[in-house]
Design a protein around this ligand. Structure first.
Ligand SMILES: *Cc1c(COP(=O)(O)O)cnc(C)c1O
Length: 366
């Protein structure tokens, strides 16, 4: 079976460095935040071309604290897309604000800027584009709309470490950027992790306080904060991985290029990589009207797949209170019915890529 991802092979390739780094944290007893986290934050600041990085315990916390730092709360509205992982929308909900959905552009699976203005009301405070699958959303028009209406832009870059829009790294374009280091993400911790990026020193200061109980000085709590700190072991792991992330990203792009080329001219719809963007292929999602049958077919041909995501958030039961129904966001709904993620990770061997390609070339069933 060709695995969908293999985290073990990457660990083995850097095992000595990782083991040494983890043992170093045990020796130092800096289990929460500490110098390894600070060293990682500095590397990630350079990597994202930003001026401040705050490590937090999850990508969801990064979103939550970014929204809070931007002053968002009850009575406010935040615009995002329903075709995302639920965490994007849950983070908005945690603040008491209301998520307001705008459909995706079907080519990129990211928010359609042409539909944003119709969703803006006097309560709108922010736009939260998601760089889904590792491809940046169309940031220029989003920033222009935000500026004109006085809105904050928070990038959900949980799937897009190192992705670029017109030569600029994601996380540096909006007012705040949010990253996840969940193990399967392009830059993965060995446990949970996340980070907020920003060029705004005030936002940085607030996020830094909120992640650590709202205090700058221990036991002097100026804000109602959270326990959202990044662990020392995760900081040490991530610091080691920063040496390799560019190589791994290029390896993902090479796998994608090979899939693109081999599948051109078949009935499979390959992902659209838009010009002026560096897609980092967290997910390589193909489209097919017979998606569920194709998934079974691939399974029977020894290829593991995933679906990101089968139900758009506006139709999830958890968010029934928003009152949406089928037909509200047709491009998101069609994507949820048709997308299928095929094996993608930096170390995916060429012979396994060939098995995936051969199986896809044997489709469709007669
Ligand atoms: C993974 C992910 C998150 C949440 O990150 P966690 O670290 O799992 O909390 C948020 N948004 C998107 C788009 C994600 O893929």
């Amino acid at each position: 079976m060709v695995p969908f991802v293999d985290l073990k092979v990457q660990y083995l390739s850097i095992k000595e460095e990782i083991d040494t780094a983890v043992l170093g944290v045990l020796e130092s007893t800096q289990f929460v935040l500490g110098k390894e986290v600070a060293a990682f934050e500095e590397l990630f600041t350079a990597y994202t071309q930003t001026s401040h990085v705050m490590g937090v315990n999850t990508g969801t916390s990064a979103l939550h604290l970014s929204l809070l730092a931007a002053g968002i709360g009850r009575g406010d509205e935040v615009i995002t897309t329903p075709f995302t992982f639920i965490a994007t929308v849950s983070a908005i909900d945690y603040t008491g604000a209301t998520p307001v959905f705008v459909d995706i552009d079907p080519a990129s699976f990211t928010i359609d800027p042409a539909k944003i203005e119709a969703a803006i009301t006097p309560r709108t405070k922010a736009i939260l584009p998601v760089h889904l699958y590792g491809q940046p959303a169309d940031m220029d028009p989003i920033m222009e709309i935000a500026k004109r209406h006085g809105l904050v832009v928070i990038e959900d870059a949980a799937q897009a470490h190192g992705a670029e829009y017109k030569g600029r790294r994601v996380g540096s374009i909006g007012d705040l950027g949010c990253f996840s280091f969940y193990p399967g993400k392009n830059l993965g911790a060995y446990g949970e992790g996340g980070a907020v990026t920003t060029n705004n020193p005030e936002f940085a200061r607030t996020v830094k306080m909120l992640r650590d109980w709202g205090a700058e000085r221990k036991y002097y709590h100026d804000l109602k904060g959270f326990n959202y700190r990044l662990e020392g072991i995760q900081g040490a792991v991530l610091k080691v991985k920063m040496k390799y992330i560019e190589g791994w990203t290029e390896a993902r792009r090479a796998v994608a290029a090979r899939y693109d080329e081999a599948l051109a001219g078949t009935s499979i719809r390959t992902p659209t990589a838009l010009p002026d963007r560096r897609h980092v292929y967290h997910v390589y999602a193909i489209r097919d009207a017979q998606r569920d049958t194709l998934q079974t077919f691939l399974h029977d041909h020894g290829v593991s797949t995933g679906i990101h995501y089968p139900i758009p958030v506006h139709l999830q039961r958890a968010f029934a209170e928003l009152g949406h129904k089928e037909g509200d966001f047709p491009h998101s709904e069609a994507a949820a019915r048709e997308v299928l993620s095929i094996p993608m990770y930096p170390e995916l061997p060429e012979d396994q890529q060939d098995l995936v390609i051969a199986a896809l070339k044997a489709w469709p069933l007669q």
